[in-house]
Design a protein around this ligand. Sequence first.
Ligand code: HEM
Length: 141
Amino acid sequence: KKVQIGVRAPWKGIFGKAAILKVLIVYPWTQRHFGTFGEFPNDDTIIGNAKVIAHGKVVLRSLDKAVKNMDNIMGVYTSLSRYHCEVLRVDPENFRLLADCIIVSIGSKNSSDLTPHVQATWHKFLSAVVEAMGSQYSNRA
Ligand code: HEM
């Protein structure tokens, strides 16, 4: 059976927000990358940070490009991989953590939506995105 993945527009904000908040709260060492967004003395300051939430949406919107270019996911993320590596200096392991948080967020909206088959499809797709996001790290001089 074919599984079609994608996230409807209103859910992009909701899943994006949920996923980025999970990453920053469950894996607090990721907060250091968002230092320019404000101080995070406690979880409420993360949850209330509009820039953090906006970034969650940016990530999910970026996944659209990958869905529309399934045969060239590497190409879609070449420059973003370089940007996260050379400018942002984000550890590529964090891409996998974010991918997991996206899946958890989808499953917590309605657990019956996330059948093993659907989860497997999301996992396969996001693994390709994670790999592409990490692709430029090994090319660092
Ligand atoms: C699937 C994984 C990810 C994707 C597709 C993604 C995508 C993006 C995109 C599209 C931008 C905006 C780039 C621009 O303005 O031109 C961005 C910025 C950024 N990303 Fe990611 N990202 C991912 C994971 C992460 C992770 C795990 C972190 C940190 C733990 C992170 C930290 C940042 C930061 C700090 C910025 C700059 C935000 C700003 O200054 O506005 N990203 N990302």
